[in-house]
Write a protein of this length. Structure first.
Length: 139
């Protein structure tokens, strides 16, 4: 179910053969995101299981599997902001059903992230994916 924006990231990663360049690209994606309003950085939007501070704020239109889910996010770590941007490209604007049907591990595996992230960052990424799935399941 990879969305167009995510496919663009995959294509860019193919072009950027060196992992350092890919890492910089992810950081640049994070820098390009709008910051989350401080009023939204509350316990209810905080993602547990991340070494960094991470917040994901959903916006849901509709109900059930056909509800469209968008989200904003932020982190105090630039690489994590970039990972949020990657997840937004993968999920934001998808229906709840599409999110639940997406094999995030497989899709993110296309980027080779697991081989190059620290175990703490990988755990945080899994926690963010799980939060998005919980949001999709709850609508």
């Amino acid at each position: 179910m990879a969305r167009e924006g995510f496919e663009e990231i995959v294509e860019t990663f193919v072009f950027l053969e060196d992992w350092e360049d890919r890492y910089r690209h992810v950081i640049e994606m994070g820098k390009a995101m709008d910051p989350l309003d401080d009023a939204l950085k509350v316990a209810a939007t905080k993602v547990d299981g991340c070494a960094s501070q991470v917040w994901l704020v959903p916006e849901v239109e509709g109900e059930g599997r056909s509800a469209v889910v968008r989200f904003a996010g932020d982190s105090d770590a630039m690489i994590v902001r970039g990972l949020i941007a990657v997840l937004k490209a993968l999920y934001s604007g998808a229906t709840a059903g599409e999110i639940l049907d997406t094999d995030a591990k497989s899709e993110l595996g296309r980027l080779g992230l697991n081989e190059h992230l620290t175990s703490q960052r990988s755990n945080g990424l899994r926690a963010m994916v799980e939060r998005v799935r919980v949001i999709a399941a709850s609508v």
